[in-house]
Each structure stands twice: as C-alpha cells, then as structure tokens.
Design a protein around this ligand. Structure first.
Ligand SMILES: CC(C)(COP(=O)(O)OP(=O)(O)OC[C@H]1O[C@@H](n2cnc3c(N)ncnc32)[C@H](O)[C@@H]1OP(=O)(O)O)[C@@H](O)C(=O)NCCC(=O)NCCS
Length: 224
C-alpha cells in the first residue's frame, strides 16, 4: 500500500521532488527497482545498486575499491570482477549520481550456495572508506537482499571475521556453515582442531569456526 502511494506520487512531481522520496521507499519496497527505471532523467544524488556486468566501465574502479580493503594484484581482482554475470556470481555496485559526478560507493558479490538452491552467499561487502558511517553499508545490504529476492532466493548467507555486530544490527543471525561456490569455498569447524580453549558454541563474541587460513569466522544468514 505504501509503495503504490509513492508511485502515484512519483508520476505527478518533478524529478527533484521524486528524489526526496528515495529513502522512504528504497529500504522496504520491491518497487524500488521499478522506481529507479522510471525516475528519468536521473537526479544528482540518487543511490542505486547495479550489477557490475551492466557497467563494465566500472570494473577497474571497483577493483581499486575492493583492493583498498583486501589487497590482491590488480589484474587478478579485475579478472575476478569480470566474472560477474547474470548466472552468478553477481557483483553489485552501489552508485550515486550520474555522468561526471557519479560515485562508486560500494560493492558486494553474490554467489550460489552448493546444496541450498534458495540461498545466495554474499561476500566482499565494502563501502569506500570516505563514505562509511553514512548508511551506505545498510543500503548496499538491503539492495543485495532486494536483488536476491527479485531473483527468487529466500536467504542470504555470509561469513565475517569481525563485522558480526553490523550484520546482526541488519537482521542477520548466527548460523551453521554452508558450502558456498564463492571465493571462500571451504571452512573448518574449529572444534575439529581439538584445541580445548576454543569455544564450541557460536555467539556474537566467540566462534568455533575458522576460514581456510585458520582465522576465526562467524557464519550468519538472513531470511529475506
Ligand atoms: C562494514 C561496512 C560495509 C559498513 O558500512 P557503513 O556504510 O560504514 O555502515 P552504515 O553506515 O550503513 O551502518 C548501518 C548501520 O549499522 C551500524 N553499524 C555499522 N558498523 C557497525 C558495527 N561494526 N557494529 C555494529 N553496528 C554497526 C550503524 O550504526 C548503522 O546503524 P543504523 O542504520 O541503525 O543507524 C563498512 O564499514 C566497510 O566497508 N568496512 C570494511 C570492509 C568490511 O569489513 N566489510 C565486511 C566484510 S564481512
């Protein structure tokens, strides 16, 4: 109901005013994507998530953004990002503005989960350093959820070394590991290492799981 009220309002007003409604509908309405397509010409501060394979001109900038957080050779990073495709993995980029003023705000990669056809694995979630703490991380995750829902998926899974409180704040809960087809393809339950000081139960403060390098990780998911 809220969405249809907004849409009828959108058609009747100037683009400048239309932009004022973005925050009101983009976090909750599946109509946001439709809104993005009908809002033309684009307003200066519009924030939107776009699959990277629809914007190949942004691959290099996106490689720099992801590398600013997780260092890897630029060539390897570009190569990985160029794999974004409709059939997964899908790299979503969060953009603001248009033309020369367009800004790359963030990135998240979605891939399929082996044995869980209703789930997608989200990783490499990053907001550019200059733009953190302004709500774009939430916007990016909500865009990823909306995208996944629009593609027929019901759950997003993820791992994190240290951002479990951020994800919990966005509605993610601790969960069992799943095998994903993304970059982090394996996990080792820490209890199998038989180190007695390690916890057996996952909480937001402690985890029995670790990644392939042996660093503790938290597993989380959200039903979307
Ligand atoms: C994690 C990251 C994506 C968050 O993006 P951000 O733009 O800074 O976060 P936002 O401003 O959108 O925060 C959204 C909400 O989460 C909260 N939040 C942000 N970081 C948090 C944290 N570490 N713990 C708890 N809550 C947190 C904010 O207070 C905000 O709450 P509100 O919407 O109720 O006001 C960003 O800090 C980042 O890119 N970090 C480096 C890469 C990284 O670690 N990615 C995660 C890999 S698992």
């Amino acid at each position: 109901m809220t969405s249809s009220v907004h849409i009828s309002w959108l058609y009747g007003h100037s683009n400048e005013n239309v932009c004022g409604t973005v925050s009101a509908i983009h976090t909750s309405s599946p109509l946001f994507g439709i809104y993005c397509s009908i809002c033309f010409p684009r307003c200066d501060d519009e924030v939107r998530a776009v699959p990277l394979h629809k914007r190949p001109d942004l691959v290099e900038a996106c490689a720099d953004l992801v590398n600013s957080e997780w260092q890897r050779s630029r060539g390897a990073r570009v190569h990985a990002l160029q794999k974004s495709c409709h059939e997964f993995p899908v790299c979503l980029v969060l953009l603001q503005g248009a033309g020369d003023g367009e800004k790359l705000l963030g990135h998240a990669r979605l891939s399929q989960v082996v044995g869980h056809s209703g789930s997608l694995f989200v990783e490499s979630v990053v907001v550019s350093k200059a733009q953190r703490g302004k709500g774009y991380g939430r916007t990016l995750m909500e865009a990823a959820e909306r995208y996944a829902r629009g593609r027929g998926f019901q759950r997003l899974c993820l791992t994190t070394h240290d951002k479990q409180h951020f994800y919990a704040h966005l509605g993610y809960v601790l969960s069992q590991p799943v095998q994903n087809a993304g970059a982090m393809t394996s996990f080792v339950p820490m209890e199998q290492t038989s180190l007695p000081s390690h916890p057996k139960v996952q909480t937001l403060l402690e985890t029995p799981y670790k990644d392939v390098k042996g660093t503790p990780i938290f597993w989380m998911h959200k039903d979307i």
